[in-house]
Each structure stands twice: as structure tokens, then as C-alpha cells.
Design a protein around this ligand. Structure first.
Ligand SMILES: Cc1ncc(COP(=O)(O)O)c(C=O)c1O
Length: 391
């Protein structure tokens, strides 16, 4: 054992004994049918919501960008990393989202770090939904602003915290539009009203809404007509758009500020050309087939209905993310293992990703799952819960 590492084994053992150790699953194959440990499984844990990661047009555009610009952008955007394809992608994303401008980042995680830390600093306030993604919390930590959590989807609680913020300092309200682990939606109109009343900026993370909700998959902000009331519409290329990277749509001035002040934008190599090409290809597909997201949502509603009819708790989900709440971590692992044996790759999500006592299966549905596969999945989940009860 190397010097200074004695504590590591103890820490791992503690995690193992409480059912919280995480390990990597090695899979092969693309699309929803994957091979793990030599077995073919239906993947219901990925975020390729629209089945675009292996769509022929998406792959072809990724290859075209690779051929034209090479494997790497070779520098950060502010040095010599800005390519014509970055500008094209950002114009297309701005158009989709209904904003004057957009800026891309190396990942959605990097986007959230860079957005929050660019617009608030020491002595400012960040008010964040209690269930918001770790990248948003980390952005607030990096900013050194004071972080306060408001109760999940509770605009009244947000307003009461805003009312107590000191005058003369910037305030930033942060939420997701579709929550990653619960699949429910934020009351964006009420949150925007509270932010406006107290002179706060509003950032909405549309990682799980982009491509699925709103006209042509433009997201929940556009669906609610709130483009003029949400300052930063954040999104990721790495989920429904089947590529890799993050972005924010905003005003032209805010984009210029981000270019100047966003650390994860300035100090990181520009998005790889192949990722840019894949995202452009995904936007082409959305333009040609604008209802993919709506069709996926209709299928997800069917899955929820069947699970609820069997007495299972899918929380407040209204999206393609269908949590099935188990409670205790060990039990969630048992349910996931049973499903694995039945041919489904449904990963158990445990604390600290979700609050204590709310471990769950996170079923992540994709446009590529057939109706027959979804019916088989629902039956297997119901059987897995019965089995876990008996154990
Ligand atoms: C709500 C939310 N925001 C941001 C991210 C980060 O996006 P990316 O995977 O592109 O880094 C995720 C990813 O899990 C997410 O769920």
C-alpha cells in the first residue's frame, strides 16, 4: 500500500456495508440492446432518449465534421479552438431554444460550473431547488456565492428566501425543468414570477427536457413561452441529442460575458468536432421529425399507468424518466439484480444521488424501445418488486 492511503480501504468497506459502493458496468453494443458480461440486456438506464446516438444521419454528420476538422479542436475557444462548426451549432441551438445566442461547453457539467461562477461571486446568493443536479450545486460552490436551497418545486419558499436576501447583491435562482432522478417538472412560470419580483436572475437546466418536451424538442421554457423571463436556458448535447457536450442559450450580452468570465469555457479545450457534428445531425433529425419527443412521452405515460396500477410508486414523474421508488438501498440493489437476471439493465440509484430512504430504480425510456419491450419491462419490474418483498 502506498504512503497515506490506509484510509481508502476503510472508506470503501464502509460504503460496501451500507449498500453504497459504486462500481462500473462494462457494456458493449450500441442502442437499447446491450451486452454485459456476455448477456444481452435491454438498457433502460441510458439517456439516449430519442435513440439518436446511433442514428445513421447523426453518425454521418459526426464523421463529416471529423473529416473536415480533425479529431480535436486543438485549443480552447479563446485561443484558436473556435471552428466554423462551433458557430454553426451555437446558432442552431439558439434558434431551437428561441434565444438570440448560445454558447457550447465541453460537457453539461462544465456548462453548469461555468455559468453559475461567471455571474455570481462572493457575497451574492444562489437559490437552488433542493433536488437540483450536483453540477448546479458544484457551480454554486465554485462561485463562492452563498448557497441556499429552496424546497423542491416550491415557489412560495423560494420567494420567502429571496425576500430575505441582502439588497445590492446579485441573486441567481437555479432549477431543472425536468428533474433527472424524479422525472417531474418545475413550475417554471411561478419560479420566474418569484425571481422577477425580487430582481433575481433565473437559470433553468433543460438537460432532460431538450429534445423531448416543447415544440420540436425545444424544451419546457419554450413550451411555456418563457424565453424572455429565463436568463439562462442550459442544456446538454449528451442526452436526447445523442452527442457529448453542454450549452447555454441566452442574450448576446450574456454570451459575451460568459466568453470573458466562464472558467470552464476559458480554461478547457473546445468541444471536439465529431461531437459538434453529431449534435448538428441530431438537430437535423428533430427538424425533420419534430414529434419524436411527444411520442416517447405518450409511451412513458403508458408504462407509468401499468406500474401504478400494480401499486408501484413512480413519484411525480410526468416524463420519460420513470423512477420506481424502493426506499432502502440494499433492497433497490436486489430489485435491480432481479431485473438483470430477467434481461433488463435498470440501475439502482442510491444516496447521495437521491435523498436518504428514497433509493430507486430509474427507468429511462427511449424512443428506440418497442411497445413489446416496454410491456415486458413493466411486467418484469412488477415481478422484481414482488420477489424483493419475499426476500
Ligand atoms: C440535470 C443535469 N444537468 C447537467 C448534467 C450534466 O450533463 P453532462 O452529462 O453533459 O455533463 C446532467 C447529467 O447527468 C444532468 O442530469
Amino acid at each position: 500500500m502506498r504512503t497515506g492511503e490506509t484510509w481508502i480501504a476503510d472508506e470503501l468497506a464502509a460504503r460496501r456495508s451500507s449498500g453504497l459502493e459504486r462500481t462500473l458496468i462494462v457494456r458493449s453494443g450500441t442502442g437499447p440492446r446491450v451486452t454485459v458480461g456476455g448477456r444481452l440486456l435491454l438498457n433502460v438506464s441510458g439517456n439516449d432518449y430519442l435513440g439518436l446516438a446511433q442514428h445513421p444521419h447523426v453518425v454521418a454528420r459526426a464523421k463529416a465534421c471529423l473529416d473536415e476538422f480533425g479529431a480535436c479542436a486543438t485549443a480552447s475557444r479563446l485561443v484558436v479552438g473556435t471552428l466554423a462548426c462551433h458557430e454553426e451549432l451555437e446558432a442552431r441551438l439558439a434558434g431551437l431554444k428561441g434565444y438570440p445566442a448560445a454558447l457550447s461547453f465541453g460537457s453539461g457539467y462544465a456548462a453548469n460550473l461555468g455559468l453559475i461562477s461567471a455571474i455570481v461571486g462572493r457575497d451574492d446568493r444562489v437559490l437552488i431547488d433542493r433536488l437540483a443536479h450536483a453540477s448546479l450545486v458544484d457551480g454554486a460552490v465554485l462561485s463562492r456565492a452563498r448557497l441556499q436551497r429552496f424546497r423542491h418545486n416550491d415557489a412560495g419558499h423560494l420567494a420567502s428566501l429571496l425576500a430575505r436576501c441582502p439588497a445590492g447583491r446579485r441573486k441567481l435562482v437555479v432549477t431543472e425543468s425536468v428533474f433527472s432522478m424524479d422525472g417531474d417538472c418545475a413550475p417554471l412560470r411561478e419560479l420566474a414570477a418569484a425571481a422577477e419580483r425580487h430582481g433575481a436572475l433565473l437559470l433553468v437546466d433543460e438537460a432532460h427536457a431538450t429534445g423531448v418536451f416543447g415544440p420540436s424538442g425545444s424544451g419546457c421554457i419554450r413550451a411555456a413561452g418563457l424565453e424572455d423571463r429565463v436568463n439562462l436556458s442550459m442544456g446538454t448535447l449528451s442526452k436526447a441529442l445523442g452527442s457529448q457536450g453542454g450549452f447555454a442559450a441566452c442574450s448576446a450580452d450574456l454570451r459575451s460575458l460568459l466568453i470573458n468570465q466562464s472558467r470552464s469555457f476559458i480554461y478547457s479545450t473546445a468541444l471536439a468536432p465529431a461531437a459538434v457534428g453529431a449534435a448538428l445531425g441530431a438537430l437535423d433529425v428533430l427538424e425533420r421529425d419534430p414529434d419524436r419527443g411527444a411520442r416517447l412521452l405518450a409511451r412513458a405515460a403508458g408504462v407509468r399507468e401499468r406500474l401504478n396500477a400494480a401499486g408501484l410508486d413512480t413519484g411525480a414523474s410526468v416524463s420519460q424518466i420513470v423512477p420506481v421508488i424502493v426506499g432502502e438501498s440494499e433492497r433497490a440493489l436486489r430489485v435491480a439484480q432481479y431485473l438483470r437476471e430477467a434481461g433488463f439493465l435498470a440501475v439502482a440509484i442510491r444516496p447521495p444521488t437521491v435523498p436518504q430512504g428514497t433509493a430507486r430504480l430509474r427507468l429511462s425510456l427511449s424512443y428506440d424501445h418497442t411497445e413489446a419491450e416496454l410491456a415486458a419491462l413493466t411486467a418484469a419490474v412488477i415481478a422484481a418488486f414482488k420477489e424483493a418483498e419475499r426476500a
